[in-house]
Design a protein around this ligand. Structure first.
Ligand code: CA
Length: 757
């Protein structure tokens, strides 16, 4: 990597007439504007260390090869652009380095733009060692790009981007003008850090082109970048143009796939996908003509269907540009796929996508699935694919494919590059090449900026703060606590007389004391806890009693602030009893409001009694844009009695198919007299609308409103099994966009006494 000193030397000293190069040291925006006035090739503007608030940094001019116009920080990583800041680059031969964007967001459509105006686009310019850290617009559904690349021959390398929480691609290469096509941009050695689940379309990390310009070549190189937990949506990379090369990138624990969505003649080679067994980790999805997929390595991927390790799609005959062009002339060779859930051929085959791949080869691939599980699946005609030299080491193969592929165990060993290879030298032509280089975390991003670790776990600080019963003690302790702390409550009553604003990760736990009652929390405001930015909450071994709560609109023990929350939340309840939420007709336990997304809500071994409202309300996104409030909801081994609303109300409306969730698991619970309050509009005890994966099992339900499941788009998977219903109506099942019977899997459910069979 080019060192910082080299950059400056390169900029200042390599010019043929070095005497003309000027250094401008600037301390504020006025001085910057002044320095910019007569900037010339070889000049360097040095931004003083410190915070530059609300700085819309613009740089343009005519640098020359070897004599760029440079904007550099006094010291790398010590110049912070905060508040409403952005960077726009026009002209040519411009170099920008050393900046950190944090504590704010761009007031524009982009944080970094490789164009100053529509007419002044950037050529032969470079952005390197720039950081964009959690610089997201506050409302998750207000869209922007963090980086928009226009023009030609630009290089974007060794940058660090982490924590985009709002809608819109992290980095977009735009082809919307002629000068931005066949651009030869290089996107290299960047660190694309964690991007949380967006809960809607528009969470791609990298996109090149759009369907509208997909017939043009972009000729962009994307090489040796790391994509670490880039979980925004189903596409990590969406290639929507021709002639791109994706080489040597590393995908770590990232949900979704590199998708060759539109455009022809792209090359995907030498990339490494490490899923570590995480849900929905995928590999490469192949669509369109002339695609080459060779020498890639995948391990530990768990995605199926569109997010398989390898998904070769069926196309639409004479497809319009925005649908699915047929796979033709694909070469898929020497890939290694081990410990992964699925490789699919003719994926997406249906009445519209009826054209199978043609004139394609699938050769010398080494494939190993999960023991005893379906691995290679075929959904239509595969006669247009020539198979040769492939080997399946483990996993089931569909019959029509089994005759075309050898199936025998392969002894494997881990090589020095960390990847698995066959031990037998006879098999050396099989799978990914031996000399495949795996890019490492310390080769990408800015060396001087730390990469994020795992998400903060409850109790991770190691501090346990003892809180004594009384008035105000709990609120005081909660306000003073720090991330990762545990508040430990002893037996007795805790009265909370203000709503606790929670913007950190804390656990509130009742101490287990021999023979003593668990501590009881009472609260005198409409809510006990208000979740804010950065808030995660764990409650255990407690009683929460609504006895002192006032009659107020929107009562809820826990609710989200009315301001948009950028971060995804986690909420856990274990061994908690909630009772007496009866002061008015709709008193909820947990209410997730608009523009809030919980990664996980987990309730187990808990008791809920005498509650007029809903236990988990995740139904605030009512515009039918495919947005929703909870990714994983688990309610298990808990008791519900006399609850007016549903125990779970989850809503995801619309026809978008870009998300994996929501996922709901409701099992092993007892429900008595649940969901029958007239104020509960849906009249259901469990109400799931547009949930993608639902497992509803082994619940005992008496004298309650029915379970209601509405399927919207995609291939929702609902299993309702082994539930016992007494004096409770039949299931209410609806399909909104699918002709035919409801697709829920039903088995072993029993209805008696009043079941309306
Ligand atoms: Ca998408």
């Amino acid at each position: 990597m080019l060192s910082r000193l080299c950059l400056v030397v390169f900029a200042v000293c390599l010019g043929s007439v070095p005497a003309l190069a000027e250094n401008h040291f600037v301390r504020n925006q006025n001085e910057y504007a002044h320095a910019l006035k007569d900037i010339e090739a070889g000049d360097v503007i040095i931004l003083a260390n410190g915070e530059w608030r609300d700085f819309e940094l613009v740089i343009t001019g005519k640098g020359k090869p070897g004599k760029p116009i440079t904007v550099i920080s006094e010291e790398a990583g010590k110049v912070f652009l905060t508040g409403q800041s952005s960077l726009r680059i026009g002209g040519e031969h411009i170099l920008v380095t050393g900046l950190v964007f944090k504590d704010g967001y761009s007031p524009r459509g982009e944080v970094i733009s490789f164009r100053r105006t529509k007419k002044d686009v950037s050529r032969n310019s470079r952005v390197t060692e720039v950081v964009i850290d959690n610089f997201s617009k506050p409302d998750r559904y207000e869209s922007d790009y963090w980086v928009g690349i226009y023009g030609s021959n630009n290089r974007f390398d060794h940058n660090h981007m982490v924590g985009k929480t709002n809608k819109g691609v992290t980095l977009a290469v735009r082809l919307d003008s002629e000068e931005s096509r066949e651009n030869n941009h290089r996107i290299e050695y960047n660190y694309f850090g964690p991007r949380p689940v967006l809960g809607s379309n528009g969470g791609e990390t990298l996109r090149i082109g759009t369907s509208k310009y997909s017939m043009f070549n972009s000729n962009t190189l994307v090489a040796y970048n790391v994509f670490d937990r880039t979980d925004g949506e189903v596409e990590i990379i969406s290639s929507k143009s021709g002639g791109n090369v994706f080489r040597g990138n590393l995908f770590l624990r990232s949900r979704g796939t590199l998708t060759l969505r539109h455009g022809d003649n792209n090359v995907v080679e030498g990339n490494v996908f490490m899923g570590h067994g995480k849900d929905y980790t995928g590999g490469i999805r192949v669509i369109n003509r002339g695609q080459t997929v060779r020498g890639n390595y995948m391990e530990g991927l768990r995605g199926t269907a569109f997010s398989s390790a390898l998904a070769i799609m069926n196309g639409v005959p004479n497809s319009p540009v925005n649908r699915y062009v047929e796979v033709e002339g694909a070469r898929i060779e020497n890939n290694t796929i081990v410990d992964s859930a699925r490789v699919g051929f003719n994926v997406g085959a249906d009445e519209e996508r009826s054209a199978p791949p043609s004139n394609s080869t699938f050769a010398n691939n080494l494939l190993s699935g999960l023991e005893g599980q379906s691995f290679l699946e075929v959904y239509d005609d595969i006669s247009g694919i020539a198979f040769s030299g492939n080997r399946v080491a483990q996993g089931e193969v569909e019959e029509q494919l089994a005759v075309k592929i050898d199936h025998a165990p392969v002894a494997m060993g881990r090589a020095e590059n960390g990847l698995l290879y066959p031990a037998d030298p006879e098999l050396k032509t099989l799978g990914a090449p031996r000399d495949l280089k795996v890019v490492s975390l310390d080769q990408v991003g800015a060396q001087w900026y730390p990469k994020p670790g795992d998400e903060l776990a409850f109790g991770s600080s190691g501090r346990v703060i003892k809180v004594h019963p009384g008035e105000g003690t709990l609120a005081e302790a909660a306000m003073a606590a720090e991330d990762g702390d545990v508040l430990q409550l002893s037996s007795g009553d805790y009265t909370v007389d203000r709503s606790i604003p929670l913007g950190k990760t804390i656990a509130i736990r009742g101490a287990f004391e021999e023979g003593a009652e668990p501590p009881r929390i009472l609260f005198t405001r409409p809510s006990l806890i208000e979740l804010r930015e950065g808030g995660n909450l764990q409650l255990s071994n407690l009683v929460i009693d609504g006895e002192l709560a006032p009659d107020s609109v929107g009562n809820s023990v826990i609710r989200t602030t009315t301001f948009p929350i950028q971060s995804n939340m986690r909420i856990e309840m274990d061994g908690v009893s909630v009772r007496g939420l009866v002061v008015n007709k709709s008193f909820n336990v947990l209410t997730l409001g608009k523009s809030a997304l919980a990664d996980r809500v987990t309730i187990r071994n808990s008791n809920f009694a005498d509650i007029t409202g809903t236990v988990v309300s995740a139904a605030a996104e009512t515009e039918d844009f495919g947005q929703y409030n909870v990714e994983y909801l688990d309610i298990t081994n808990s008791n519900f009695a006399n609850v007016g609303g549903a125990i779970a109300n989850v809503y995801r409306g619309g026809r978008d198919e870009s998300t994996f969730g929501p996922f709901v698991n409701i099992s092993g619970n007892n429900l008595v007299n649940v969901g029958k309050a007239v104020t509960n509009g849906s009249v259901a005890s469990v109400n799931l609308h547009g949930v993608q994966i639902a497992d509803v099992a082994r619940n005992a339900v008496a004298g309650s409103a029915p379970f209601r499941v509405v399927h919207t788009v995609g291939t929702p998977k609902t299993a309702i099994t082994q539930n016992a219903f007494s004096n409770t109506p039949q299931l209410v099942l609806e399909e909104l966009n699918f002709e035919g019977d409801h697709r829920a899997k039903l088995a072993g459910n029993i209805f008696d006494a009043g079941g309306s069979e």
